[in-house]
Write a protein of this length. Structure first.
Ligand SMILES: [Zn+2]
Length: 82
């Protein structure tokens, strides 16, 4: 019986860790190169990275602003200097 509880507890811990990792990934700014890939359709739409960028853009004003610059065609060099 103790083994069953230990097994369930470790399964729960792994699940919580994975969910936490996914949430943490959506809070990380993906970076200019990833935003370019996202905007120009070079990112696999089925990938977790793509979903993370979409979720991140929903709450990060800094990346929304950066994406607006990309949409306006700001040269890549300007972003690399930042
Ligand atoms: Zn961001």
């Amino acid at each position: 019986m103790a083994y069953l509880f230990a097994g369930l507890a470790s399964l729960l811990a792994v699940t919580i860790f994975r969910i936490g990792k996914q949430i943490w990934a959506t809070y990380q700014c993906p970076g200019t190169a990833a935003l370019y890939d996202f905007w120009f359709g070079r990112m696999d739409k089925a990938s977790r990275k793509y979903r993370n960028v979409i979720t991140h853009l929903g709450h990060c004003e800094q990346c929304q602003e950066e994406l607006r610059h990309i949409q306006k065609g700001k040269p890549l060099e300007d972003h690399l200097v930042d």
